[in-house]
Write a protein that binds this ligand. Structure first.
Ligand code: EPZ
Length: 422
């Protein structure tokens, strides 16, 4: 069933909108359950397609997963013993984050067989940094017939690792593997995304010994075993950032429950420069555009604390209806401008040269049928539809369900005229 979303644009969003748990924190934290034979109790878990995919993979590996009746955001994972150490192609190809079971499986079982994730819409997305780091920790890794085969005799051994690029996934895989390695591991040039901080806090609760959390150098003292724990997943800063832009582009006034400005790193300066007022309120954050309107603002995506690549498409949509021009440069992924041709069909004026897009603001976008592609490009088309004159239909929206919980319901509760049609 290929669903689509139909939106009548031009309505300012007003009201309160709850922010769910962070997908990109919950996914590695689910994988961390493999590091212990005791139960891991999680709260504020988002209800997303990617979460279901990861849970299915973990069940294949031996995890028993139970949800708290009546509260889908609370779940417990228990892996008393590993039933398999293989992550098969048909699961991994659907979701790249499946590769995050590689480090934990190797650390716990001394072996792992994980399908190479393959590319995806936004680029080839290799895992060479994951593999090199695990070899530094003493693993012997061969690649054959599309699979990563990893072995180590006994425990992994602590090592000094320097990442050539602060890869989020590689930092997470290596951090988890190092918690059970023998001796100290140092990960230099580590990624610093808040989701990695959240994973590290969960690992500390499980008995891991980690220093330098939130910095670009992580020191991990390996321990013999980890124990069960309870952890509440952080709020999703990318979901929050998406709704910040929804409030701004519809000239509305929203309170995002559970979100906080410091989640945005340097992005909040860019958002303020673009004419968005973020102010903390009880239990969340209030968002509205400044009276003078939106201003064209240049942005370059960078690893945290720079402007997040996962907000690039959404910000570009905002710039389409700002006063003046904005130069948007994507430095993280090779091909993350798939929203451009679709926005152009809605009347946007965007010129792409390699990794940079020059956006010239127009008074208004015009509703049109458009095609979704990767997760964040898809939601940028929903944002465009909310602001455009007339009706917009976004096709092929299964991507949205991967990363946005109850998107239409949350927007409709704030006045949007939006519906899913099969
Ligand atoms: C994580 O992906 C996120 N996914 C992505 O969010 C996010 O865009 C990305 O980090 C950057 O912030 C999850 O957390 C599940 P990377 P990840 O390793 O770990 C290259 C979303 O929309 N690279 O930091 O895959 C890679 O090709 C998703 O929620 C290597 O070359 O990102 C890319 O160009 C999209 N070799 C760049 O680094 C490697 O071994 C960033 O990748 C690893 C990565």
């Amino acid at each position: 069933m290929v669903d689509k979303i139909r939106i009548q644009g031009g309505i300012p969003l007003k009201g309160r909108l709850p922010i769910s748990g962070a997908k990109n924190a919950a996914l590695p934290i689910l994988a961390a359950a493999l590091l212990t034979d005791e139960p891991l109790h999680l709260e504020n878990v988002p209800d997303l397609a990617d979460m279901t995919s990861m849970q299915r993979l973990l069940q294949l590996l031996g995890a028993a997963i139970t949800f708290q009746p009546g509260d889908g955001r609370k779940l417990s994972l228990h892996v008393p013993e590993m039933l398999s150490t293989e992550a098969p192609y048909d699961l991994v190809r659907k979701m790249r984050a499946s590769v995050l079971v590689l480090g934990p499986m190797l650390a716990r079982m001394g072996q792992a067989r994980v399908s190479l994730p393959g590319g995806c819409a936004i680029g080839p997305r290799p895992v060479d940094l994951h593999i090199k780091g695990l070899e530094d920790l003493g693993a012997r890794i061969t690649l054959e017939r599309g699979y990563i085969n990893a072995q180590c005799d006994g425990r992994l051994k602590g090592a000094a690792i320097r990442l050539p690029f602060p890869s989020v996934g590689a930092t997470e895989n290596l951090l988890m593997a190092a918690t059970l390695a023998k001796g100290e591991t140092v990960i230099a040039n580590a990624a610093r995304e808040p989701e990695i901080v959240d994973l590290a806090h969960c690992l500390l609760a499980m008995g891991a010994r980690i220093e330098g959390i939130g910095s670009d150098t992580l020191h991990i003292q390996g321990v013999e075993r980890l124990h069960g724990a309870r952890h509440a997943v952080m709020a999703d800063r990318i979901e929050a950032g998406t709704y910040v832009i929804a409030a701004a582009i519809t000239r509305g006034d929203l309170v995002l429950e559970g979100a906080s400005p410091e989640l945005f790193g340097a992005a909040d300066e860019t958002l303020a420069a673009a004419g968005i007022e973020l102010s903390p309120v009880e239990g969340g954050m209030r968002v509205r555009p400044v009276a003078e309107g939106l201003r064209g603002t240049d942005v370059m995506t960078q690893p945290f604390p720079g402007f997040p690549t996962d907000l690039q498409a959404q910000f570009m949509t905002l710039m389409c209806v700002a006063d003046g021009a904005a130069m948007i440069t994507e430095t993280i992924f090779e091909n993350r401008f798939m929203h451009v041709p679709e926005l152009t069909r809605m009347g946007a004026r965007i010129t792409v040269h390699g990794g940079s897009a020059l956006v010239r603001g127009v008074p208004s976008l015009m509703g049109a049928p458009v095609m979704a592609s990767d997760l964040r490009a898809s939601v940028s088309l929903v944002l465009a539809g909310l602001a455009a004159e007339g009706e917009t239909t976004v096709n092929r929206i299964y991507h949205l369900d991967r990363g946005y919980e109850r998107l239409e319901a949350k927007l409709a509760a704030c006045g949007a005229v939006i519906e899913r049609i099969a």
